[in-house]
Design a binder for this molecule. Structure first.
Ligand code: UD1
Length: 361
């Protein structure tokens, strides 16, 4: 059996790493090939993750780079088509919801190669998010839908997807988190930044809805400045966010330290030792839930509702008053929210995924 893995952007790398490692543990009858589309291409957004996660160098890099949605999607499709025709995989494995995910799923399915989607079924029900469009379409195109939670199964069934195409496998990103917790303790990021455990707040932001509008971004920065009156705020800023701050002439308020994006291990050490996380990322909502650390999500909705119903996540939207109010309340509460880890977020999702691929081969 031959599996073609697709990665494109930062949030893909931690989802594919445990799958590649699991296949290496299986009989040699399974072969694998790693294709990087090059949607994310630089040291901070890509290379650092290959090192930290012990990912093999990609067998192929399509080097599509950044662009508009149509440009990225189209370039990936054009570059990927001859690859899949040549390689003829039994499974094309796509993860998450970035433009590369949809582009490769579309090429594969039209050429009648089977597609498996890891992290299938998540829905924010907000089609203003490009990722929501990517999720819906990728799920419709996929032959095997590997879901992290029961809400995802329900979403897929509601959209008319046959039950036999859905396999609930749990959360593969949590496999990576649990496998790297010990190694992350060797990171010296806290010492480098002069931080003490539980004495600071971590922020990440990159969603267009939060960072592409000057007054929204200014309001969020103002809220972070007020939170920094309580505890220092460390903000590893995505390139998109840094670019917008420069374009809009916005500076970090006092007490808010903006740094470049960190690699996986440094970032894991940083957020896991913090008192509170504020984010608009999808993955970090799940990671904080898995470790029982309070998280405020600066969005109106989430495609990961179990992080709210079972975990430590709360939605604030982008309203500065709401952000500050919720953050101060979270900092005040002495103990962590009771830790409830969602079912099948147990570090063994990759095993179940490879079992499903073999069973359906
Ligand atoms: C993409 C994904 C999003 C994911 C995010 C994580 C889509 C639709 N969006 O959004 O789901 O949460 O990645 O990071 O696929 N840039 C660099 N270096 C890089 C990559 C990008 O400087 O290695 C710059 C680009 O030039 C661009 C900006 O960052 O100016 C945004 O990158 P882009 O890939 O367009 O979208 P993201 O916002 O990262």
């Amino acid at each position: 059996m031959k599996i073609l893995h697709i990665v494109g952007a930062r949030p893909n790398f931690m989802k594919i790493a445990p799958l590649i490692a699991e296949i290496k543990r299986r009989p040699a009858s399974i072969s694998q090939m790693l294709v990087h589309t090059g949607q994310h291409y630089d040291e901070a957004m890509s290379d650092a993750f290959f090192r930290d996660l012990d990912l093999p160098a990609p067998d192929l890099n399509l080097e599509v780079g950044s662009g508009t949605h149509a440009e990225t999607t189209a370039r990936v499709m054009l570059a990927f088509e001859p690859v899949i025709v040549r390689e003829r995989p039994d499974w094309t494995l796509v993860v998450g919801d970035v433009n590369s995910t949809l582009a490769c799923a579309l090429v594969a399915s039209k050429l009648q190669f089977r597609v498996a989607h890891v992290e299938a079924g998540l829905r924010s029900f907000d089609r203003r998010m490009p990722e929501e469009i990517n999720r819906i379409l990728t799920d419709q195109l996929s032959d095997l839908l590997l879901t992290p939670s029961a809400d995802a199964d329900a979403n897929l069934l509601r959209e008319g997807i046959d039950a036999w195409r859905i396999v609930r496998v749990g959360n593969v990103m949590i496999d990576t988190l649990l496998a790297h917790l010990d190694r992350a303790q060797h990171s010296t990021v806290l010492e480098t930044l002069g931080l003490e455990t539980s004495e600071y707040v971590v922020v990440t932001l990159h969603r267009p809805a939060n960072v592409d509008d000057a007054s929204t971004l200014a309001g969020i920065l103002d809220a972070l400045g007020r939170i920094a009156g309580e505890l220092p705020v460390i903000f590893p800023a995505h390139p998109r966010t840094q670019l917008r701050m420069t374009e809009f002439g916005l500076n970090a308020p006092e007490g808010v330290k903006i740094i470049n994006p960190l690699g996986y291990l440094d970032f894991l050490r940083l957020w896991s030792a913090s008192k509170l996380v504020l984010t608009d990322s999808g993955g970090l909502q799940e990671e904080t839930t898995a470790l029982g650390l309070p998280c405020l999500t600066l969005r109106e909705n989430t495609e990961r509702p179990v992080t709210i119903t079972e975990g430590t996540n709360r939605l604030t939207g982008a309203d500065p008053e709401k952000i500050v109010g919720e953050a101060l309340a979270a900092l005040d509460s002495a103990s962590l929210t009771e830790k409830r880890i969602p079912e099948l977020w147990d570090g063994r999702a990759a095993e179940r995924i490879i079992d499903a691929l073999i069973a359906r081969a």
